[in-house]
Design a protein around this ligand. Structure first.
Ligand code: PLP
Length: 398
């Protein structure tokens, strides 16, 4: 982590940007590859979208599949994780009384998605409380298993949670659900490029993730994974050229000679696929710069900052550090007007960081990416100390 790395990004210099988690940030080199695709599209739209697209769409599937432990044909490009998870939620055949089991740490847009599905189908959402602090894998799995009934049809879990920035240890819960014939749907919005993933080994039925967050691809690049055995359960949200009348017949091909899963979801009328096509460039940038090593430094800085804040506030962390997202930490802060603190941090200190109320806690969710530095962490602690009337000497500056 150095000024040199910060210069590789396009972020404004007058902002201390500590919110990579919301929408990511794209390095210059990757952004320029993205603009290269857009330029090529604009220069000959018919060749690009009409003749070359099917071939060009293979590279991101292959590169991402290799990175995430999935055959290329089990992954499709979508614009964001919300889109991918909506395809799944709106496709599954749910009936009145069926249950969707989930936790109280989920992302708002997906809570709404399941509420919408329930309104349409008569199914119901069952929310289990994952208590904090999260201390052991057994504690997590037991909580999930205790929520399963003979009416549970879907298990929906975040892999990395949004409000609490925890890595849920989902492996055993997924395996247990699969054993019971429950569909497993995983929200991996924050995982690609953040933790190492092996989708085949995990064995979830459906998994959606964003490439535009921690993988640092341009906004609008995400994927949906589905195990081959369940791909035929899915329907696209938009019917377009990729759809065929026979797509549900065994062994059917999609309109462009890929599987129906790929052709029906990836071809959705006229739109700009440049962000998705840039995924291989993002992976190359990460490999060229040994990004997993940079991420380790970020993790150390994030944990250190959380510890220093903990000393100041006297508040316990939300989990054992093994369940803390490597580059994102939800730091508990004393009760405050969270919206006002968030606004003042930006307006008066130039610090971009989410501060919010979640259940009965106030949280500042710190993201640390390669462009961040220790002096920026000092700035955050000083600003929070001033706003929350804490004593910064307890956090040992330097
Ligand atoms: C856990 C989780 N799921 C889903 C999303 C939605 O991501 P997107 O808006 O890219 O679909 C987010 C966004 O931050 C998230 O944190």
């Amino acid at each position: 982590m150095s000024e040199n790395l910060a210069r590789q990004f396009l972020l404004r210099e007058d902002v201390v940007f500590l919110n990579h988690g919301s929408f990511g940030a794209c390095p210059r080199e990757v952004f320029s590859a993205y603009q290269g695709w857009q330029l090529e599209l604009e220069r000959e739209p018919v060749e690009f979208l009409g003749r070359k697209l099917n071939e060009n769409l293979k590279a991101p599937r292959e590169a991402l599949g290799a990175e995430l432990g999935s055959p290329a044909e089990d992954i499709v490009g979508v614009v964001n994780a919300t889109h991918g998870l909506n395809i799944v939620a709106q496709s599954l055949d749910l009936k009145p009384g069926d249950q969707i089991l989930t936790t109280d740490h989920e992302y708002n847009a997906l809570e709404k998605t399941w509420a919408y599905v329930c309104r349409k189908t008569g199914a119901e959402v069952v929310v289990v409380n994952v208590p904090l602090p999260l201390l052991t894998e057994e504690q997590f799995t037991d909580t999930i298993l205790a929520g399963m009934t003979d009416r549970t049809r879907v298990l929906f879990l975040s892999h990395i949670t949004s409000p609490t920035a925890l890595v849920f240890p989902i492996e055993r819960a997924v395996a247990e659900a699969r054993k019971r014939g429950i569909w497993t749907v995983i929200d991996g919005a924050h995982t690609p490029g953040h933790i190492k993933l092996d989708l085949t080994a995990l064995g979830a039925d459906f998994y959606a993730g964003n490439c535009h967050k921690w993988m640092m691809a341009p906004k609008g690049s995400a994927f949906l994974y589905a195990r081959p055995e369940v791909q035929a359960l899915l329907n696209p949200l938009v019917i377009s050229h990729g759809w065929t009348i026979d797509s549900k017949k065994p062994g059917a091909k999609g309109a462009f000679d890929n599987s129906p899963f790929i052709d029906e979801i990836e071809i959705q009328g006229t739109r700009d696929p440049s962000a998705w096509l840039t995924v291989p460039a993002a992976l190359k940038y990460r490999a060229d710069n040994d990004w997993w090593a940079i991420a380790e430094h970020c993790q150390a800085l994030a944990q250190d900052t959380a510890r220093r804040m903990g000393k100041l506030t006297g508040l316990e962390p939300l989990s054992e550090s093994e369940f803390c997202a490597p580059q994102m930490v939800a730091i508990p802060i004393p009760d405050c007007d969270a919206l006002q603190v968030h606004k003042t941090l930006f307006d008066d200190y130039g610090i971009e960081i989410p501060v919010f109320k979640w259940q009965d806690r106030c949280i500042a969710r710190l993201s640390v990416q390669g462009y961040n530095s220790r002096p920026q962490m000092d700035q955050l602690i000083e600003a929070l100390s001033a706003l929350l009337n804490l004593n910064p000497r307890a956090a040992s500056f330097g």
